[in-house]
Write a protein that binds this ligand. Structure first.
Ligand code: URA
Length: 241
């Protein structure tokens, strides 16, 4: 990180309401997103296993993407979407973010969270000492709804199996559900995000934490403080064995 990046990081951290720096070494140590999770392996053998596993997971993700194909399973393919926006990042990530649906920028670029909300998400990721390359980012639905309207139940029902396959393949330690749709879809609840956020649930072999969607934060900057609290919790969970 150069000086300008450090300044930007600190400015954002203070904007999020960070009061100080923790003395807890676990907080400061950067989790190795590519680290082998199985105990008892060492040296070259572990490295070989890691590479083999990485290749398999990356290939398996490609296979899921190929299964989706040029999807016509729901009505969104007739409603102006340009392309399927599958997911991006480290196939072995310990941390995964799940958003709602691609917006206009994502629809053009084919990558989740690259617009204004995405830039804020990138800052949130960097605020806990990670980069976008360390984590995996996907959405509940893979195609842009027209005029960025909310995803409809039939669209979620049709598309969510692909998200579940992504999660089960990546097996992240922690999933952050961004906003109401991701949290409600993953947790199978109708509870409002204001009630769900900050609460840790066991989820598909890992932990799940709902937080506010970055697009909501753009409209309600004062809620960044709560997101920062949630992200500190994420950081703690990632540092646990
Ligand atoms: N909002 C989302 O939920 N997902 C994106 O990819 C972009 C904006």
């Amino acid at each position: 990180m150069d000086q300008d990046q450090l300044k930007e990081h600190l400015r954002f951290a203070s904007e999020l309401g960070v009061a100080g720096v923790s003395r807890d070494p676990a907080w400061r140590s950067r989790p190795d997103a590519g680290q082998e999770r199985q105990a008892g392996q060492g040296g070259q053998e572990a490295e070989v296993t890691k590479v083999a596993l990485f290749t398999n997971q990356a290939e398996a993700l490609v296979a899921i993407r190929e299964d989706i194909g040029d999807c016509t399973r729901c009505k969104l393919h007739t409603l102006g979407r340009r392309q399927v926006v599958f997911g991006v990042g480290n196939p072995k990530a310990d941390l995964m973010f799940v958003g709602e649906a691609p917006g206009a920028d994502e629809d053009i670029q084919g990558v989740p969270f690259v617009g204004r909300a995405g830039q804020l998400l990138t800052k949130i990721i960097e605020a806990i000492g990670l980069t976008r390359d360390d984590v995996y980012i996907a959405n509940v639905i893979k195609c842009r709804p027209p005029q960025n309207r909310n995803p409809e139940p039939d669209e979620i029902e049709t598309c969510e199996p692909f998200l579940f396959r992504q999660i089960d393949l990546i097996r992240p330690k922690v999933i952050v559900a961004l906003g109401k749709f991701a949290a409600q879809t993953l947790l199978r609840t109708d509870a409002p995000i204001s009630r769900l956020r900050g609460r840790v649930s066991d989820y598909r072999g890992g932990k799940l934490i709902p937080t506010f969607h970055p697009a909501y934060l753009l409209r309600n900057p004062s809620s960044k403080r709560e997101v920062w609290e949630d992200m500190k919790l994420v950081r703690t969970l990632l540092s646990e064995k």
